[in-house]
Design a binder for this molecule. Structure first.
Ligand SMILES: [Zn+2]
Length: 176
C-alpha cells in the first residue's frame, strides 16, 4: 500500500545525505520551493497548502510524520541574516496557523518546530531556508526513528492536502 514511502523511509534511515538531496532538488536540479512558487497551476500536484504575501507553505513530500509542513520565504535565501523582519514575522505567524490547522485536521498531541542550516545539520535544501512543522503523537517514538516507522505516515499526501485546504477555508486560515 505504501511501498514507495517505505522504501524512501528506509533510505532516509540509512542514507540521510541522499534523502536530503532528493528533498531539496527536483528532477531538473532546481530548488523545489522556487519551482513550486513559479508554477501555481501545479499547486495541488506540488502539495502547496498556502501562498501568503512573503511565503509559501507546502506539505513535505518526504515527511518525518503525518502532516509535516514546510514554511519558506518566497525569496531564495539561505538563512535568517538575509530575511527581512516582515518575512520573519510572517513565517512565525504561519507556524502558528499551521499548528492551528493541523490541530483541527489531525489532532496531534504536540509539535516539533525547527530549522536546519547547512547540509551537516540535515538541511536538504540549504540554499533556501525553511521552517519544519512536524506533528507528534504520544507513542510515536523519537524524532529521528519516526522515519523508519512504516505505519506512522498512514494518510496519503493528496488526501491530507485536501483535508487541510478544506479546514483552512472553513476556518478562514491562515489568519495573518
Ligand atoms: Zn529556492
Amino acid at each position: 500500500m505504501h511501498g514507495g514511502n517505505r522504501r524512501l523511509e528506509h533510505k532516509n534511515l540509512w542514507a540521510p545525505w541522499r534523502i536530503g538531496y532528493i528533498q531539496g532538488l527536483n528532477e531538473r536540479g532546481e530548488c523545489f520551493i522556487c519551482h513550486n512558487l513559479q508554477n501555481p497551476q501545479d499547486d495541488d500536484k506540488n502539495l502547496v497548502l498556502w501562498r501568503s504575501k512573503c511565503c509559501i507553505v507546502v506539505l513535505n513530500r518526504f515527511p518525518y510524520n503525518n502532516g509535516h509542513l514546510l514554511i519558506a520565504p518566497a525569496r531564495h535565501i539561505p538563512g535568517l541574516d538575509e530575511a527581512t523582519d516582515e518575512e520573519l514575522l510572517e513565517m512565525i505567524k504561519l507556524v502558528r496557523e499551521s499548528q492551528k490547522t493541523l490541530s483541527l485536521a489531525i489532532k496531534p498531541h504536540g509539535f516539533n518546530v525547527g530549522m536546519n542550516f547547512g547540509r551537516c545539520a540535515g538541511a536538504g535544501l540549504p540554499e533556501h531556508f525553511h521552517i519544519h512543522v512536524v506533528p507528534r503523537w504520544d507513542g510515536d517514538t523519537n524524532f529521528m526513528s519516526v522515519c523508519s516507522d512504516t505505519d506512522v505516515v498512514s494518510q496519503s499526501l493528496t488526501e491530507l492536502l485536501e483535508q487541510l485546504k478544506h479546514i483552512s477555508k472553513e476556518h478562514n486560515l491562515p489568519h495573518l
